[in-house]
Design a protein around this ligand. Structure first.
Ligand SMILES: [Zn+2]
Length: 411
């Protein structure tokens, strides 16, 4: 088998796994007949096929340097599919073993003590006294986007994110998206990439959206996040190079580490802090009917909250490894991630559904950030955009990024 043969067989394998879990195939833009022909095979048969392809992949001769990245990444994807089939068949891994097997990454082990200093910092910033969660919830109420203004605010944010991205990444003229407001989901927003440079972006309105989420979601789901990542992959890797493995996107795989990490880091690349504050104060806060003079303090608070994001990994690890029960997990999210009770409960539903996927958001972001800033070598914003675009067009896994970071640091 050649690398191209293995790539095609891998796509068909991923489609077949999708028959057992309809959330597994996040996007597919390959030939329609491959999908139509997908029969339901037993998990045992799929496991065998995954093993066969992995072995074929390992036996391939060493590729030319420019193809080594392709081969290494495909091998990691195959290994991840194999682990997911084993998971569906009932194999149980610990949280860290699972994230290593599926995403090629392990989150640092943190304890509550690691977050105490950050909580103390927040205590100084927030008005009032006493329980932090109650105070933060009360403080945040002033920053909810009223439902009847949500579309105007979100549209302004995504148009700005798109315009900024266009200045640095050439996007095809036909690329487009549609925004839909939905309810009853475990996520706050989702990008469904439909192929041909088109995305459906769904925004969940179960809870009022805070003002900071407008730019966060517009960049994360759209520009330069998931929509742009998917269209670059389709255009460059699938259509130009014919690397067919990229026409399918298995959700629980190293692709997601890069997708979520770059989508989160991309927020900051598209909206560096000072520029973001100006845009928020001049455009988004007024559109949402929120007093612009409250923006500075609000973004100080958000910066501190960002540092608590690994608390979600800590809770997910303890809960999924059976160290704490449901009530303790919600309480821990409230205490260390500081989301209110309803949002913490929703968050735990996300953790139950997607398990160690949670590490892709924060560890993914930090890894992509370190990678981009190291390779941009203090070259400023334009250099960051260039490295980011190059990364999106030439996907790397967590360990591949770490190797390059280490190599760069030695130079
Ligand atoms: Zn995402």
């Amino acid at each position: 088998m050649t690398l191209n043969d293995i790539a095609v067989a891998y796509v068909k394998l991923v489609l077949a796994v999708g028959q057992h879990d309809n959330g597994y195939v996040d996007a597919y833009y390959g030939p329609a007949e491959w999908q139509a022909e997908t029969a339901k095979h037993s998990l045992a048969a799929l496991l065998q096929e995954a093993d066969r392809l992995l072995q074929q992949c390992r036996q391939l001769p060493s590729p030319a340097p420019q193809l080594a990245v392709r081969q290494d990444f495909l091998q990691l994807q195959l290994s991840s599919v194999r682990s997911y089939i084993a998971h569906l068949a009932g194999e149980h891994l610990t949280f860290n073993a699972e994230s290593a097997a599926l995403y090629d990454a392990v989150s640092p082990t943190l304890t509550p003590a690691d977050f105490d200093l950050i909580l103390a910092e927040l205590d100084q910033l927030l008005p009032g006294q006493g329980d932090l969660n109650t105070r933060l919830t009360a403080y945040h109420r002033d920053f909810e986007i009223p439902v009847d203004r949500l579309d105007a605010v979100f549209t302004a944010a995504i148009n700005e994110a798109r315009a900024r991205t266009r200045q640095h990444i050439e996007l095809p003229p036909e690329e487009d998206f549609r925004v839909e407001y939905v309810k009853d989901q475990v996520w706050s927003a989702y990008n469904w990439y439909k192929g041909n440079c088109y995305s459906l972006i769904q925004v969940n309105t179960d809870f009022p959206m805070y003002i900071s989420r407008a730019i966060d979601l517009a960049s994360h789901e759209g520009y330069p996040g998931h929509h742009v990542f998917n269209l670059l992959i389709e255009k460059r890797l699938v259509n130009d190079y014919g690397w067919m493995e990229y026409c399918v996107y298995p959700l629980y795989s190293p692709m997601s580490f890069l997708a979520e990490g770059s989508a989160n880091y991309g927020i900051e690349v598209a909206f560096p802090h000072a520029q973001r504050l100006v845009f928020e104060k001049e455009i988004l806060f007024p559109l949402a009917g929120i007093a612009p003079e409250k923006a500075e303090r609000y973004y100080q608070v958000q910066a501190v909250l960002q540092k608590l994001s690994y608390a979600g990994n800590m809770v997910a690890q303890r809960y999924l490894d059976g160290e704490i029960d449901h009530a303790a997990a919600v309480a821990m999210l409230m205490k260390y991630a500081l989301s209110d009770e309803a949002r913490s409960t929703q968050r735990l539903r996300f953790i139950e559904r997607h398990r160690s996927y949670v590490i892709n958001y924060n560890l993914g972001q930090d890894t992509v950030q370190t990678y981009v800033e190291q390779l941009a070598d203090n070259g400023g914003n334009e250099a960051r955009w260039n490295v980011l675009r190059n990364l999106l067009e030439h996907p790397l896994s967590a360990s591949m990024m770490q190797q390059r970071i280490a190599a760069q640091a030695q130079e």
